[in-house]
Design a protein. Structure first.
Length: 61
């Protein structure tokens, strides 16, 4: 029975790993991708606006 207790942890980890990979693959693309892309685009636009507004005017005296 020692072999069963030795095999259980790797089997459990393998099952959990496969489950995590399936979730990652399922959440890629489709409507989720459009939402994620829109959120990233909005965040980048906000960051660019903040960066441009925080720079001093060029050629200032």
């Amino acid at each position: 029975m020692d072999y069963v207790s030795a095999l259980v942890p790797p089997v459990v980890m393998a099952v959990l790993f496969v489950a995590v990979i399936r979730v990652i693959v399922k959440t890629q693309g489709g409507t989720n991708k459009a939402k994620e892309d829109a959120a990233v685009d909005a965040a980048l636009k906000r960051a660019e606006t903040v960066r441009q507004n925080s720079q001093p005017p060029a050629g200032g005296a």
